[in-house]
Write a protein that binds this ligand. Structure first.
Ligand SMILES: NC(=O)C[C@H](N)C(=O)O
Length: 324
């Protein structure tokens, strides 16, 4: 049966070209438009350029525009959607889609580390793998997936780990969920469902701050009056320098929800240390521990939860546990 796959291009290196000086720049004519000779025989492709942006120019407002286009595509009869995207913020857009699209339809995000005319360009290969994944029945009901370098990852846990290597996308702690091979798509890990928020607007003042040895309250006190929420990348298992605590308490007294993750690459944040600034104390103060997400993903989750109108325990339950 023919599968109708919509490809939405948003820009990034996959759509860029290298000039004679070696600079990589957005192309005036997207080299991916019309490149479809590699599409599997049972796939009918529709292609749209919704944006042509380097991914550092991506914003949550643009992510929401993308969500609305994907919801419409499902109504129009698409069997799956592929999004091409710059890799710098790919994981944030992918996770935003994962949290806001309430659908069984496969949604697959891909990109490239080498632009379209560089030697060893990985764009078309990644696009082909993403199309195969979006066309597979096995990809239904799996939330948003990220396909790069023959691997399938969940949007929830994948992260960019290398500035230039084509094997940059990794899933720390849990690993990839599947592979794209010559014969098709193979999943080897089950996915755990999560709550989806079908939001149609955004609250915007949600910040991310990284902790470091010797940190004090300066950055916390500098947050604007109308702050909606804050995510902190804390130390180790989930601890903070004691000199940050008075400023953090002032934010909590203003009813600003604070979500904590670890700045460590592997593992989950847990309230295990009971000393000044230790996780046990932070949890007692009312900080929400988010397990298994990195800082940029936890910030997206907090923003989506707040945009859905969640607060108090409801918000904490939504944010705190990404792994069950
Ligand atoms: N590989 C890439 O796509 C990186 C590029 N700077 C982007 O995110 O748009």
């Amino acid at each position: 049966m023919t599968k109708h796959i919509l490809v939405l291009h948003t820009g990034g290196t996959i759509s860029m070209t290298e000039n004679s000086e070696g600079d990589i720049m957005p192309s005036q004519h997207n080299p991916l438009l019309g490149a479809d000779s590699f599409v599997p025989a049972d796939v009918e492709l529709t292609t749209e350029e919704i944006f042509n942006l380097p991914s550092p120019h991506m914003t949550p407002e643009r992510m929401l525009e993308l969500v609305k286009r994907i919801r419409q595509a499902e109504k129009e009869g698409s069997d799956g959607v592929v999004i091409t995207h710059g890799t710098d913020t790919l994981e944030e857009t992918a996770y935003f889609l994962d949290l806001t699209l309430d659908s069984a339809m496969p949604v697959v995000v891909t990109g490239a580390m080498r632009s379209s005319n560089e030697i060893g360009s990985d764009g078309l290969e990644n696009l082909q793998s993403a199309i195969k994944t979006a066309a597979s029945d096995d990809s239904r009901n799996k939330g948003t997936l990220v396909v790069m370098n023959d691997e399938i990852h969940t949007a929830r846990f994948v992260t960019k780990t290398h500035t230039t290597n084509v094997a940059t996308f990794r899933t720390p702690t849990f690993g990839p969920v599947g592979l794209v091979t010559k014969d098709g798509v193979r999943f080897f890990q089950e996915l755990i469902n999560q709550e989806v928020c079908a939001i149609d607007h955004l609250v915007d003042k949600v910040f991310l701050i990284k902790a470091y040895a010797g940190m004090d309250g300066t950055l916390f006190d500098a947050l604007p009056e109308d702050t909606h929420g804050l995510t902190i990348e804390a130390l180790g298992a989930g601890n903070l320098p004691p000199t940050t605590l008075p400023a953090i308490q002032r934010l909590l007294d203003r009813n600003i929800p604070i979500v904590l993750v670890s700045r460590c690459f592997n593992g989950v944040a847990q309230a295990v240390y009971n000393y000044e600034g230790g996780g046990v104390q932070l949890k007692k103060m009312g900080i929400i521990f988010c397990q298994g997400l990195n800082g940029q993903k936890a910030r997206i989750k907090l923003q989506v939860g707040l945009s859905d109108g969640k607060q108090g325990q409801d918000l904490a339950d939504f944010v705190d546990n990404a792994v069950s």
